[in-house]
Design a protein around this ligand. Structure first.
Ligand code: ARG
Length: 480
């Protein structure tokens, strides 16, 4: 149902204020979250209008002051949001005109909501990535810390979820670190590619007025202004990329969540079932459920769905702006909030995991894990790998009837009597000194690389955070 018509205002407002289907057309519920970015963009635009003389400088300054007043109202919750107005842009412009009179009507000179929203979104994306990056780094630090603590803890390595070879828990945890490192790299690349100001593209084909898009780009900390006005107002690659980055990040988080669920089950029991993992059951008094890890896994559906939603909206749109594009913000805000929550919860969870070292050591002592080591020992003695593989396979039999661990050990040692001491989880893991392996030397190198990478990422995130702060200051700054 359409909301009641607004009280008539004495000041002239934009002509797109009222429509019979406002509730359907409205994006205010979603895009009001973009208000700080909308104001920053408008301030830079008003400054440009004053500098180029398109608007008399004194009026441009009055507009900037008015916009800062509005920023204050929004920050303190006193801004009179009007749900009968379509979006955040209209709300700001109508309020500005209330504050300044007809001069407020000059703000939108040489601009359209089409280039305005694209600008708001790119500013939002930068801030969102700065925030997500910070959270991701916290999770990665938690992982490296846990990996360092569990550096010497033996653990079976798995393929097909079958015990495969003797490894180390620290090495296993670092594998998750590197996945997240690529996620952070992707987010940074997305932010860098999105560092283009679309303002000045107008509705689609620029303007006849003497604007200066480069000034706006610089003022807002963008690397440059757009090349093609049609592309500038229709491009949503930055959001599609962000959603892909978040979907894959969520998939990575989900894989870690799944391992926490598995490892805390009675069947694995590699993790102590502490209350920190989640909650008890309302029905079964004995239960300790790994709820946090399960929800980390479960929320992935959202991020993946959000990516699909945006791509579907974008498919087949003719140039340039189409109103379909208004639907881009919902999926992005949803995915950002969901992934941010996931990262925060997961960082806390990882910090609280308590591993059962005895249980892990016992699992890694399963002599079947040493079959490859024995084969490689035979290779070192001159057999081809194929011959060695066959000899070990023959010694262990068809694998259909389970041999006792003692029997497996006896048969392996019969093939490789010299290996006795090496058939121990710690020794066997440490013998894996090939690059990137769990052996002491490559693992030390990997820890050094991980620490260096964390510092490097921290530096590049700080520079992104500085541009976010600069834009923030632009909105709050006292007028010159
Ligand atoms: N609310 C719109 C969006 O989010 C802003 C641009 C509207 N442009 C227009 N010509 N109606 O995309």
């Amino acid at each position: 149902m359409a909301p009641a018509a607004p009280a008539a205002t004495a000041v002239p407002g934009p002509s797109y204020v009222r429509t019979p289907t406002i509730a359907f057309l409205s994006s205010l519920a979603v895009d009001r979250a973009l208000a700080p970015f909308d104001l920053a963009g408008s301030i830079a635009h008003a400054e440009m209008l004053g500098r180029t003389g398109i608007v008399p400088p004194a009026e441009a300054q009055a507009i900037v002051r008015g916009l800062r007043t509005i920023a204050g109202e929004i920050a303190t919750g006193t801004f009179p949001w009007r749900t009968d107005l379509e979006d955040v842009h209209t709300n700001v412009e109508v309020r500005l005109t209330e504050l300044l009179g007809p001069v407020g009507g000059k703000l939108h000179t040489a601009r359209s909501r089409n280039d305005q929203i694209a600008l708001d979104e790119r500013l939002y994306l930068r801030a969102a990535i700065a925030g997500l990056g910070r959270r991701l780094l916290e999770l990665q630090r938690a992982l490296v810390d846990r990996a360092a603590e569990e550096r010497a803890t033996p653990m079976p390595g798995y393929t097909h979820l079958q015990r495969a070879q003797p490894g180390a828990l620290g090495h296993h945890l670092l594998a998750h670190f590197w996945r997240f490192d690529r996620d952070l790299d992707r987010l940074a690349a997305t932010a860098a590619r999105a560092s283009v100001s679309p303002l000045g593209a107008g509705a689609l084909l620029g303007t006849t007025l003497p604007i200066d898009p480069a000034y706006v780009a610089e003022r807002l900390g963008f690397a440059r202004a757009f090349e093609n006005s049609l592309d500038a107002v229709s491009d949503r690659d930055y959001f599609a990329e962000l959603l892909f980055d978040l979907a894959l990040l969520a998939v990575h988080a989900s894989a870690l969540g799944e391992e926490i669920v598995l490892f805390s089950s009675r069947e694995f029991a590699f993790l102590d079932r502490t209350p920190d993992l989640g909650s008890g059951s309302s029905a079964m008094p004995q239960k300790r459920n790994p709820d946090v890890a399960e929800l980390v896994r479960g929320k992935t559906g959202r991020a993946v769905g959000d990516l699909l939603a945006l791509l579907t909206t974008l498919k087949g749109l003719p140039l340039a702006y189409d109103r379909d594009l208004q639907e881009d913000k919902g999926p992005v805000l949803d995915a950002v909030a969901s992934v941010e929550g996931t990262l925060e919860a997961l960082a806390v969870l990882v910090g609280k995991l308590r591993f059962d070292r005895a249980r892990l050591t016992s699992a890694a002592s399963d002599p079947e894990l040493y079959a490859t080591d024995v084969a490689e020992h035979l290779v070192a003695g001159g057999r081809t790998f194929r011959q060695a593989h066959e000899a070990v396979a023959a010694a262990l039999g068809p694998g259909t009837t389970a041999l006792s661990p003692d029997e497996v050990r006896r048969r392996l040692l019969a093939l490789a009597p010299g290996l006795g001491a090496a058939l121990d989880p710690k020794a066997a893991s440490d013998r894996r000194i090939s690059p990137g392996g769990p052996g002491e030397t490559p693992l030390a190198r990997q820890f050094a690389l991980a620490h260096a990478r964390l510092e490097e990422r921290q530096r590049s995130l700080s520079s992104l955070a500085r541009s976010v702060d600069d834009v923030d200051r632009l909105v709050r700054e006292a007028p010159a």
